[in-house]
Design a protein around this ligand. Structure first.
Ligand code: PAF
Length: 286
């Protein structure tokens, strides 16, 4: 696997592969890679002759400087995982390469998607994500880009980004990879204490309890309420939100309940567990 650190080198690499007829798949990441990222690379490998992964801890999407500073980084380990998973090129630029002037003047406004859920809890985060993803897509010009479903709002945003800006990229959402006890794999899990790691399973338990409430006929609102109760019962967890949404992020239960919901829909949860903010979601079938 080749490590590429500049935009120019990456463009040259892609151009050469394209001349040889290779299709290109991109897996954008912020490093601290885990089995979830490996599954994205493997999925891309099945479809494209050239699989690129990017590792860039994007300062624009951190609303708190301490969160950016504490974000786990281990390039050597990440490169080994990418190589094992089948990526051919890793693009790992420094911040100055991506933002030579310190930050962009022109950035992507996530619109109404940025004004709900994560956008409320983390102001500026989704604009930072949309801006860096737009940049990465312009730099790598992939045929398809792969994103995990765990960050469901991010996936909805990226789908909308490429649609609204007419980018010729297929956005592929990939199923969340879970630990045996149900915890969704996440780079942030590395920051959990032993007690926090045990408590963090509450997110998935809450989603299962919420889904069961839906199956019992309690509607999207019931699913949200039951999931929220489950998180609140965990002493190390502080609930941010639970939300039942459709695939455009329309809230199904609040502020006014949408009637006649038949599913499927997504049940989302966000909570801070022992100082680490985690998100998760499941599809609730009809
Ligand atoms: O999901 C992530 O790791 C990041 O938000 C992404 C998509 C790589 C953009 O920085």
């Amino acid at each position: 696997m080749r490590l590429v650190e500049t935009i120019g080198e990456l463009r040259a690499e892609v151009a050469e592969q394209r001349r040889a007829g290779a299709g290109v798949g991109l897996v954008p990441t912020m490093g601290a890679l885990h089995a979830g990222h490996a599954s994205l690379v493997e999925r891309a490998r099945d479809r494209h002759a050239l699989v690129l992964a990017s590792i860039f801890v994007n300062p624009l999407q951190f609303e708190r400087p301490d969160d950016l500073e504490r974000y786990p980084r281990d390039l050597e380990r990440d490169l080994a995982l990418l190589e094992r998973s089948g990526a051919q090129v890793c693009f790992a630029p420094v911040a100055k390469e991506m933002y030579p002037d310190g930050g962009p003047i022109v950035s992507v406004d996530p619109g109404t998607i940025g004004a709900t859920l994560e956008g409320v809890s983390r102001p500026g985060h989704l604009s930072g994500v949309a801006t860096v993803v737009a940049k990465l897509l312009c730099i790598a010009t992939p045929d398809a880009a792969y994103f995990g479903e765990k960050d469901f709002q991010q996936l909805v945003l990226v789908r909308r980004l490429v649609r609204d800006l007419s980018m010729p990229v297929d956005v592929v959402g990939c199923a969340t990879v879970r630990e045996p006890d149900g915890l969704a794999t996440s780079s942030r899990n590395a920051r959990l204490s032993v007690a926090g790691r045990a408590a963090a399973t509450v997110l998935h338990r809450a989603l299962l309890a919420g889904s069961a409430a839906w199956r019992a006929g309690r509607g999207p609102g019931g699913a949200e309420t039951v999931a929220a109760q489950e998180v609140r019962a965990e002493p190390l967890a502080t609930l941010d939100y639970t939300a039942a949404v459709d695939d455009r992020l329309t809230r199904l239960a609040a502020p006014a309940p949408v009637t006649g919901v038949t599913g499927p829909f997504r049940l989302l949860v966000a909570a801070t567990v022992d100082g680490v903010r985690l998100v998760d979601n499941v599809e609730v079938p009809s």
